[in-house]
Design a protein around this ligand. Structure first.
Ligand SMILES: NC(=O)C1=CN([C@@H]2O[C@H](COP(=O)(O)OP(=O)(O)OC[C@H]3O[C@@H](n4cnc5c(N)ncnc54)[C@H](OP(=O)(O)O)[C@@H]3O)[C@@H](O)[C@H]2O)C=CC1
Ligand SMILES: CC(C)(CO)C(=O)C(=O)O
Length: 316
């Protein structure tokens, strides 16, 4: 399956490396050349998994859309949610009428952006509980081994393609399952991010450490309770029987070591996805008259941090 991955950050690099290792023809596309893309093109990508020695994986990163080969069967969108539109504008000319576009981004609203550029019948939606970070340019570490769930934007379509992608991902070491209810996937993943991303960005802790303290866990529980009420108000069937307990367990056991993508953004003084995560719960809460004080406070705290990077105090 000829695959183009949009972005060359932590997750695009992880998916690119794993799919390439399994023998797929994969290209990364980034909106600009940076140290990471230069290192990958010059020396290959170094991937560390489970504290092992780094393994080198060779795959190309293209930054000029005119250099893209075209003829891709699958495009995977792994830029931050606020960058989807600008990256799609660049690659839209090379899509064919059969190119499938899959979003594995966090937050809500990503599929809707894709659907403004690509026919809905070609859009797949997913969520991944795999995690990764860029340690230094050219070197990435895998830090989460949870499953990836994918489904079709139009329920009941693309069955064969979904199965082919899921089996490719699973063969590549990215365990993947096809689901029929994409809203369940999007919201179940959203809840993971609602729980951990803002909390870890504000406290500068790993996911596990953020909920190992009683105060951190108490905040996480409230964030989840509010988001579950908002999901219920929309009739969304979550993939959890007991969301609070399952999400806390996930953070302590499966994704404990991960420095969340939002913590990484804050550490690098970058824009975060807070608006499409905790901010989305606040907005939808208003629509359904559900009070979301913890999500509101979390959104505001992350915005304070984001808006004042130059003033942040780093020493006495
Ligand atoms: N990291 C993780 O563990 C996980 C992340 N996710 C989700 O995956 C998605 C990608 O996250 P992650 O890999 O961590 O993010 P990164 O910040 O590591 O990578 C983002 C990529 O998008 C590029 N980009 C940034 N701004 C723009 C723009 N305006 N136009 C086009 N491209 C742009 C960046 O390029 P450049 O750096 O050159 O600006 C970079 O290549 C997000 O939705 C995230 O929430 C999901 C699960 C786990
Ligand atoms: C890995 C995970 C699930 C939690 O850290 C994530 O989605 C993120 O960091 O954005």
């Amino acid at each position: 399956m000829k695959t183009l991955i949009l972005g060359a950050g932590a997750m695009a690099s992880l998916f690119g490396a794993k799919l390439t290792q399994a023998g797929s023809d994969v290209t990364l596309f980034n909106h600009r050349a940076n140290e990471h893309t230069r290192m990958i093109n010059e020396k290959g990508m170094q991937l560390i998994e489970r504290e092992q020695q780094p393994v080198t994986v060779k795959l190309p990163v293209i930054t000029d859309p005119a250099e893209l080969a075209g003829g891709y069967d699958l495009v995977i969108c792994l830029v931050k949610s606020f960058a989807t539109e600008s990256v799609l504008r660049k690659i839209i000319p090379i899509l064919t009428p059969t190119t499938i576009v899959l979003t594995l981004q966090n937050g809500i609203g990503n599929a809707e952006v894709l659907e403004t550029f690509v026919p809905k019948e070609l859009v797949l939606v997913g969520g991944t509980v795999s995690g990764a970070g860029i340690i230094e340019p050219g070197l990435i570490a895998r830090r989460g081994w949870g499953k990836t769930f994918i489904g079709s934007a139009i329920a009941g379509t693309n069955e064969q393609k979904l199965q082919a992608i899921a089996s490719l991902f699973t063969r590549s070491g990215l365990a993947c399952e096809v689901v029929s209810d994409v809203m369940a996937v999007i919201w179940s993943k959203l809840l993971v991010n609602v729980t951990y991303n803002g909390l870890t960005a504000v406290t500068r802790l790993t996911n596990g450490d953020a909920v190992r303290t009683s105060h951190g866990q108490a905040i996480a529980r409230q964030l989840i309770e509010e988001a579950v009420q908002v999901a219920n108000a929309q009739g969304i069937q979550l993939l959890y029987e007991n969301p609070v307990e399952e999400l806390i367990r996930l953070g302590i056991e499966e994704i404990a070591a991960n420095k969340s993508s939002m913590l990484t953004d804050v550490l690098f003084h970058r824009r975060t996805e807070i608006e499409s995560i905790n901010g989305a719960i606040v907005q939808l809460g208003k629509r359904f008259s559900i009070a979301t004080p913890y999500n509101e406070m979390m959104t505001q705290l992350v915005k304070v941090i984001e808006e004042s990077y130059p003033q942040s105090v780093t020493h006495i």
